[in-house]
Design a protein around this ligand. Sequence first.
Ligand SMILES: Cc1cc2nc3c(=O)[nH]c(=O)nc-3n(C[C@H](O)[C@H](O)[C@H](O)COP(=O)(O)OP(=O)(O)OC[C@H]3O[C@@H](n4cnc5c(N)ncnc54)[C@H](O)[C@@H]3O)c2cc1C
Length: 423
Amino acid sequence: MKDPNPSTFDTAVIGAGLAGLVAANRLADAGRSVIVVDGLGASGGRSRTSLLADHLVNQGPHALYVGGHADRALQRLGIPVEGGAPPTRGTRGLYDDRLHLLPAGPVSLLRTSLLSPVEKITVGALLARLPRLDPVPLDDVTVDDWIDSVTRREAVRNLLAALFRLATYVNCPELLSAGAALRQLSMAVDDGVLYLHGGWQTLVDGLTTRAEAAGVVFRYDGSVTGVLGESPRLAIRTATEDLSARTTIVAAGGPETAERLTGATGLVEAAGPPTRVAVLDLALDHQPDHRFVLGIDHPVYFSVHGPPARLAPDGQATASAVRYLHPRADGPADENRSALEDIAAASGVQASSLLADRYLHAMTVAHGIPLAERGGLAGRPGIDAADRPGVLIAGDWVGPEGMLADAAAASAWAAADVLLGTP
Ligand SMILES: Cc1cc2nc3c(=O)[nH]c(=O)nc-3n(C[C@H](O)[C@H](O)[C@H](O)COP(=O)(O)OP(=O)(O)OC[C@H]3O[C@@H](n4cnc5c(N)ncnc54)[C@H](O)[C@@H]3O)c2cc1C
């Protein structure tokens, strides 16, 4: 029987977001004593879900990549992943202020007014090649350079850039690794994504309950200010006390925090700039005309998440509009909001259907970008980048696997593996 309150924990996990929760569950399953510390008052981090009118809204629209690292980690931990796939038929692209059928498959490619006949042939050939493209030689090529190498046609270039934005959330093709972007796009095209019933809170609740049952201790009352000492005698310092642990996993968001807590250097630079978006979440009393609209010549998109996910009362709709921000220019909040209202209006949202809205300015989707100049995913800081024995790092900017929540889950899993000595 595990001591519920040992004087020294085997591992202190700092941060109770998806990464911290995955790591804590794995370690506790192996019989380790684990304490999770978070200053936010509850677990979940950016995977929390809240209420807007009677609608469930994530921290901005969230889609789980089917077969990705997060999905696999959740399946292995026995956490149910249930939801609906976004519609692919009838999706629209917004180009030159007009809606066009989005060329998402062979039929819509033939019918779309977005592309000329020659451009349709180019896009058809590219989409057919996509699954067979080897991303490895493109890891150190930027998305901009890769697009340059495959087409000079403006509409095709815009379409490719929009699809990469959609799959990666990154609006920075001059820095983003084409290899990383292509892996992400292929995963979305091959296996699709799920909008989760009940929102991502179901994952948070499932992981938290499971961890508690396995003996993990949660402390939500104090932000950690430093990881002091040396493994196996680490002091995890909060405003009120020092917690004693043999090892730690810092899963506390971004590279600035990891540098501050561990004393590591160079993490911010290696992670690249954060990926940020402005979001308008909408509770609507009926479905808008269009359920999925992708900005082709503007970095925006609109999607109704509920249904297909169970987020809204029957007959109503939960939707989000997103503006992808450039890492070096968040832009003024009022300008972002008005761009979001424009795409919602273009998607057929009527003011009379609006029950409630919530605007989120410059939300950090991921604390980094896989940079072409660092060789893409492989160039991100590793789980051992703090360079201190027994001090590991996890998050959506860490490690060579996946992007977004997939990177958070993969790095957390790998950090737990190291502490468990699992090959
Ligand atoms: C608008 C938006 C849309 C997104 N869409 C998608 C999507 O479609 N698909 C996808 O896969 N991912 C998506 N993501 C990304 C996904 O939410 C994150 O990758 C994932 O939640 C990261 O989990 P994490 O545990 O690494 O970090 P977080 O969730 O940020 O958790 C970190 C935790 O650490 C805590 N913490 C911070 N500092 C300290 C400290 N000093 N002491 C103690 N605790 C601390 C925080 O309170 C927080 O709870 C989206 C994110 C946003 C914002």
